[in-house]
Write a protein that binds this ligand. Sequence first.
Ligand code: TNX
Length: 558
Amino acid sequence: MSTAHSPGPATTPASLSAEEPGVATLARTAEQAARTLLAPAAPHRLADVVPAPRQVQPDPAGDWTLPAEAVIVASSDPAVLAVAEQLAALLRPATGYPLPVTDAAAPAAVDGIALVLDDTAADLGAEGYRLEVTTNGVRVTAGTAAGLFHGVQTLRQLFPAAVESPTPVTERWALPGGTITDAPRFPYRGAMLDVARHFFAVEDVLRVVDHLARYKLNHLHLHLTDDQGWRIAVDSWPKLTTVGGATAVGGSPGGFYTKADYTRIVSYAAARHITVVPEIDLPGHTNSALVAYPELAPDKIAPQPYTGTEVGFSYVDPADDRTYDFIADVLGELAAITPGPWLHIGGDEAFKVKGEVYTGFVERVQRIVAGLGKTVVGWHQLAPAAPVDGRVLQWWGTDGEDPTTAEAVRQGARLIVSPGNHAYLDMKYAADTPIGHDWAGLIDVRKAYDWDPGTHVAGVPSTAVIGVEAPLWTESVTSLADIEFLLLPRLPAIAELGWSPRDTHDWAGFRDRLADHGHRWDAAGITFHRAPEIPWPTGPAIPAQRDPAVPTQPDTTR
Ligand code: TNX
């Protein structure tokens, strides 16, 4: 019955009615009733969530529709109230509802949405949540603000796709009843953006952060330096950016982040429970640094700036102590503006620094990182170097056989898995994909989805795997639209591998759950690849609008 959703005076929150004139409330109630009649669409199924939740118990008798007067009530905790404000900001544009946020010692879902911090919810871990939809409303419970944030991302997906519209939509904001209990499989779920080959503005990076957050990824790895450009300000070596930052692949404009820019990215990510992992790639991939400071080069001669796409030719002088002063300065300044625990030191494709010279270099840099109180992350080429406590190797091979990495893991290293032939977002989808690479093969959505990070590398037990990461190298990527085209729809596939229990893994189910996201991305104005293997919905993402209260006017403005 439509009247079941019409809030009577008894359920209208006092704080709202104090602000709202009665006429407006009545008008909205009438509008709500009209909406219910106009758009009787069935709610989503509770299990239609990406990444797949751990446990789903539908209860069709608990279906609920968000009323225009709904209130978001959250536990009295600043981080929880911040999540409540984020939820309100997600829902206000499309619904046009005011959705005031209030706090309470014991929030209850009374025809609204309650976000409840419950530190006795130990079974949910650091990032898990429980989401209940009943005829009273929605209640999300978690032991941490991060858990509530992830619960909010799930809630967002349970609303009709039109919830992504930036402008008000006439829609019945129906939710499927039942309970989801959810927590991640792996603690590290990431994506990498190469801002060195091509530079991307802060706003673009923030938008990538939004995409990560949507799919419950919790790490953003920034590849900040490479042959073609140095992108992070270092006060003690200013020419790194003024000279080294001026170039990019193919003569594209360079650029760099000031410390304030970087801090803005880090804070924006942190507010979405995402940790930034900064990378300074060493000892190779350093041509831009050598152009700025020739004293770091083995022959002490400045090379030409490099705007091509070859790898493996440049390196800082491993035999000169000045090189380690440079590295200590750079990593020290970076550590000081990086609240997260990680510093990524690269280590890949240093083809000209071999054997003991390479391992000696890495061991010295690992000690510098440890001395800064940070945890070393590096590409798996670091494996032969002697271990340092807690170090993490990022495996990017293509065949799952890597005895050197397996041995490093036996000696205590942990692993992030980024197989080039499954997780590399710069690989083309198909032979005719207009941008991207194919050195690791073509990666369609199924190839991105059908593998297991827990068992992928031979001789590495799943207990040593902290998670999964999808790198996006940007030699051929020049715009935000390019980034989104390569990210979507493969990022959700990698996100599901990182978050969902292995027993939910099912290509056919994933394909069908993913399809609805095409509408969501369309509604939000996000570019994506309409991969042919996904049954994308036909028809408009946003239902045809007819609002009898607003007479149609001819557009006389153009
Ligand atoms: C290999 S993967 C690289 C990058 C390239 C990428 C292109 C890795 C650690 N190094 O320098 O950009 O291939 O796919």
